[in-house]
Design a binder for this molecule. Structure first.
Ligand code: FE2
Ligand code: FE2
Length: 166
């Protein structure tokens, strides 16, 4: 595997770790604010992103290289309200999509077919990630009264992740 591809996959693996940490911070913010349903949703996402990170590093090992895990800074942990949390998740997933697409483009330039196929799952995954974060922003916006938000919190995983939670 070319050093360019290795570096690109290491960067993406590290980004997935950073995303995991950000979701963890969102989960604890929600717990602290007594939004336990939303907290559960973000804990699930944190675990999922951790799995993504491992897949990237494992793929590098499978291709005969030693993955270098990058540093991950402190995630954002302060939010004014749930809408800000939702928007942060929304933006983060869109940035991640751009990053995965860039990795795919690199694999195309390098004619690395195995990496292209490996990235297919992540390209498809990002469609789901963008969909649920869009739902999250929309539903939080629609919950204009406290009762609606309490109800959304109670069923957050089902209402927002839907089939993606299965
Ligand atoms: Fe991910
Ligand atoms: Fe994600």
């Amino acid at each position: 595997m070319s050093p360019t591809i290795t570096a690109s996959l290491e960067a993406q693996g590290t980004r997935e770790m950073s995303t995991s940490k950000s979701y963890l911070a969102m989960a604890y913010w929600c717990e602290n604010q007594n939004w336990n349903g939303f907290a559960k949703l973000f804990h699930l996402q944190a675990a999922e992103e951790q799995t993504h990170a491992r897949k990237f590093f494992h793929f590098i090992v499978d291709r005969g290289a030693m993955p270098k895990i990058g540093g991950v800074g402190a995630p954002r942990s302060e939010f004014a309200n749930l809408s800000e949390v939702a928007k942060a998740a929304y933006d983060m997933e869109r940035a991640n999509t751009a990053s995965i697409h860039a990795a795919f483009e690199t694999a195309q330039c390098e004619k690395d077919f195995a990496t292209q196929v490996f990235l297919h799952d992540f390209i498809a995954e990002q469609v789901e990630e963008e969909a649920w974060t869009d739902t999250l922003v929309g539903k939080v916006r629609q919950a204009v009264c406290a009762g609606a938000l309490f109800n959304l919190d109670r069923h957050a995983v089902k209402e927002i992740l839907g089939e993606a939670a299965d």
